[in-house]
Design a protein around this ligand. Structure first.
Ligand SMILES: Nc1nc2c(ncn2[C@@H]2O[C@H](COP(=O)(O)OP(=O)(O)O)[C@@H](O)[C@H]2O)c(=O)[nH]1
Ligand SMILES: [Mg+2]
Length: 343
């Protein structure tokens, strides 16, 4: 009789959960239910939208208590290695750490630029850690929306540190900047900014630059690069009020500089909590999130409209043939669109 128990339990668990069951499970820090709730939130299916929104609304009061840290850098910069090392250090310090990935490349090419290491084998086995790969469908906007919601679910499940990994593809850095408190750019020595695909704009949204792989024969080069980047940063407006963005060195492989990185992040936290930037930034991020959802939805509605879809190629042709200025073509399509809602 007793042997039948686990089997019937498993069977019972397979049915669809009610939102209340997800909510209770998340608040009780149940990893399995958290993972299932994330899958629900990531679902494209409209029938899951209402329940995932119900879950989110109910867990909202339990969110916001973590520190959210974003990492970007070219493929191979060592983001995954570094996040894993930092994550393990933090778990050992007694924190609960969640790691999320925002990988727009996987939506386009099906291949992930963030790579296999994003799975972070060692960290994901740690009882205090939770590692979630990037949602792999939709536009960057779609991926970002899901990641933001996943972040909130993780906070409600009691994670005190949330780390987001992304690559410098498209607008992914800006998108991740807009969901974290502290944004860190990982760099390598031995390659010019162009070679690294690094845009000046990325330095302007960073709270710290870290030159990784400052170990072995690369150490001296790393020191030189640090000095160069600090000189460059001198001419830029820091991303955060009362905070000087600086360049540092680290080795994700040997672990040298990881402790100091955490100290720097905590110092950053203290600074922005004291001057009000923390709260202000988070409020602004929520409003921007709302605005971007509206924008996305309006665009979809416009370009999905049947009449627009039939007229668009005509206007496109007129524009490419030089018969119509783009502004006029846009206006004609918009007039057509808005007229549909005026009757
Ligand atoms: N020497 C050295 N190699 C590193 C360091 N960090 C990462 N690597 C190596 O660099 C490669 C890319 O690392 P990965 O974490 O996957 O980079 P990501 O693409 O930015 O996530 C791997 O082979 C790592 O072992 C480091 O601090 N020093
Ligand atoms: Mg990676």
């Amino acid at each position: 009789m007793a042997e039948n128990q686990p089997h019937s339990n498993r069977k019972r668990r397979r049915r669809t959960k009610l939102p209340a069951e997800y909510i209770d499970g998340i608040l009780a820090a149940d990893r399995t239910i958290l993972a299932q709730a994330i899958t629900l939130v990531e679902s494209q299916s409209t029938k899951h939208f209402a329940s995932s929104q119900e879950i989110l609304q109910n867990i909202m009061p339990y969110t916001g208590q973590s520190i959210r840290i974003g990492f970007t850098g070219v493929p191979g910069a060592g983001k995954s290695t570094l996040i894993e090392a930092l994550g393990i250090l933090l778990c050992e310090k007694g924190y609960n750490v969640a790691v999320l990935a925002v990988d727009p490349s996987s939506t386009v090419s099906k291949g992930s630029i963030l790579g296999d290491k994003t799975r972070m084998e060692k960290l994901s086995k740690h009882p205090s850690a939770f590692v979630r790969p990037s949602p792999s469908s939709g536009t960057l906007g779609g991926v970002a929306r899901k990641s933001r919601e996943t972040l909130l679910l993780c906070e409600a499940a009691g994670f005190d540190v949330i780390i987001v990994e992304t690559v410098g593809v498209g607008q992914s850095e800006t998108v991740v900047r807009s969901m974290v408190d502290c944004f860190i750019v990982l760099l390598l020595t031995g390659a010019g900014d162009e070679l690294q695909g690094m845009k000046k704009g990325v330095m302007e949204i960073a709270d710290a630059l870290y030159i990784n792989k400052a170990d072995g024969p690369n150490y001296e080069e790393a020191l030189k690069a640090r000095a160069e980047y600090n000189r460059l940063l001198h001419f830029l407006q820091p991303a955060t009020k009362d905070w000087t963005t600086s360049a540092q060195i680290v080795s994700a492989l040997t672990g040298t500089g990881i402790d100091e990185m955490w100290d720097l992040i905590r110092k950053f936290e203290t600074t922005v909590k004291a001057n009000g930037v923390w709260e202000e930034r988070r409020q602004r991020q929520m409003v921007e999130w709302m605005e971007s959802l509206i924008e996305e939805s309006l665009l979809q509605h416009f370009f999905g409209n049947e009449e627009i879809r039939s007229k668009f190629p005509v206007k496109k042709n007129e524009v490419t043939e030089g018969q119509l200025p783009p502004a006029q073509a846009a206006q004609q399509l918009l007039d057509l669109y808005f007229k549909m809602f005026h009757s």
